[in-house]
Design a protein around this ligand. Structure first.
Ligand code: PLP
Length: 411
């Protein structure tokens, strides 16, 4: 049997030290000590840099790259990314504070999300960031709060497009959605923005997330730019900002193929040229979360028990769904599939059989990997879940069953 390291393409991006998975040249056994124990998440700066360099290498220069903080709000990661991207997108007052703490200029921070509370809107107004309006009601509240505080309101309209992003892991536009304002209602909203004298910045058109299909992504770009041109005709002022979303996906499962980035960025380049002719100085923003940070992170847990139940081997770890809901299959998966998982302390050892890797919670949902080929792992070994840099700890029910919190390291 071949060592399992050869099976999963994403693992090839990591180095090994004496057969142990390493990040930043340091084996996870050493990182576990630095983290004060297991479980922990570790994010690799070198891999973040590599992804940014790859993107910058093929994105048109005119495109501004924003980081969606929701993907990984660890403060050190946000700070690291903020120094290397052109702006940040936040989804709450807490994320806004993180973003402001990085020193990012308020004009390069945008705030999207349905259900922004008055306190959050007030904080956004106070900071002078761009508020992506998601409804008529939200616009009314922004207007009222801005008047009361005597502050100008920088607003963009988040548009729920009249088309869908096909092949998307998570569709967030098209049809009936809680996100954004339906494209056909936007002209009326624009009129009111003008009547109220809000400072109109432009549009955010975010169609979906986790897409690995270049056909679908380029078709979405076509729809987004066309829609923006149509809506711009009704805008109360020039479009200064056109946030075209992103949605670039990363491969998680055996049949996922990594995105052919050049196809997406070349297509975007064509649109950016046309956009410069049609919308003048509008700044085109590509807003990415997962694609920037997802592959750079691993979640590491320690095997605390090995048991056999009616012929099946279980490796029970000290980590699980409470830290990594997505890997457990409970964050949007319909049919559970295994994330790429390996025994990090035995990366070059041949597999000896199948095992399921489960967490410490007393629920059948707490699974990190089901029936995967593993080497002869024992209590004390470390398990790594790859592709864990985005929507990991912050997207998990960390209070469930009173388990300790996971540490996070940027290495
Ligand atoms: C408005 C907005 N921006 C950005 C993102 C980040 O998407 P991704 O992490 O897939 O790039 C999302 C995801 O839900 C979103 O809703």
């Amino acid at each position: 049997m071949t060592p399992h390291v050869t099976e999963l393409p994403c693992m090839k991006q990591f180095r090994l030290v004496d057969g142990c998975l390493a990040l930043g040249g340091r084996p996870v056994t050493e990182l576990a000590r630095e983290a004060g124990g297991t479980p922990f998440y570790a994010y690799d700066r070198g891999m973040l840099d590599a992804r940014l360099a790859e993107l910058r290498g093929c994105l048109p220069r005119a495109v501004h790259l924003h980081y969606a903080v929701k993907a990984n709000p660890m403060p050190a990661v946000v700070e690291y990314m903020a120094e290397r991207v052109d702006g940040l997108d936040v989804a709450s007052a807490a994320e806004l504070e993180l973003a402001l703490n990085t020193g990012t200029s308020p004009g390069d921070i945008s705030f999207a999300g349905p259900g922004k509370r008055d306190g959050e809107l007030a904080a956004a107004l106070q900071a002078g960031i761009v508020i992506n309006l998601e409804s008529f009601g939200e616009m009314e509240r922004v207007h009222r709060l801005a008047e009361a505080a005597g502050q100008p309101a920088r607003v963009a309209v988040r548009v729920n497009p009249d088309f869908e992003l096909k092949s998307s892991g998570m569709r967030m536009g098209g049809g009936s959605r809680p996100f954004g304002v339906d494209a056909e209602q936007v002209p009326e909203l624009l009129q009111r923005i003008g009547d109220y004298g809000l400072s109109f910045q432009g549009f955010q058109i975010f169609a979906g997330s986790q897409n690995l299909s270049t056909e679908a992504l380029t078709a979405a770009q076509d729809g987004i730019f066309e829609l923006a041109y149509r809506l711009a005709e009704q805008a109360p002022g020039p479009v200064k900002l056109l946030n075209v979303g992103g949605g670039l996906g990363i491969p998680y499962f055996p049949n996922d193929r990594p995105l052919d980035l050049n196809v997406v960025t070349d297509h975007l380049a064509g649109h950016v040229e046309t956009c410069a002719r049609r919308l003048g100085d509008a700044r085109v923003v590509l807003e990415l979360g997962r694609y920037l940070v997802g592959e750079a992170g691993v979640y590491v847990a320690r095997v605390i028990d090995r048991k056999v139940s009616r012929g099946r081997v279980y490796l029970v770890t000290d980590g699980g769904m409470h830290h990594h809901l997505a890997a457990s299959g409970n964050l949007g998966q319909v049919i559970r599939k295994n994330y790429p998982v390996a025994v990090a302390t035995r990366m070059t050892e041949a597999e000896t059989g199948k095992a399921s890797i489960v967490g410490p919670l007393c629920t059948p949902l707490d699974i990190l990997a089901e029936q995967i080929d593993v080497p002869a792992a024992e209590p004390g070994d470390l398990i790594a879940v790859f592709q864990s840099g985005a929507y990991g700890l912050s997207a998990s029910p960390v209070g469930f069953l009173g388990q300790p919190m996971a540490a996070e390291l940027l290495v």
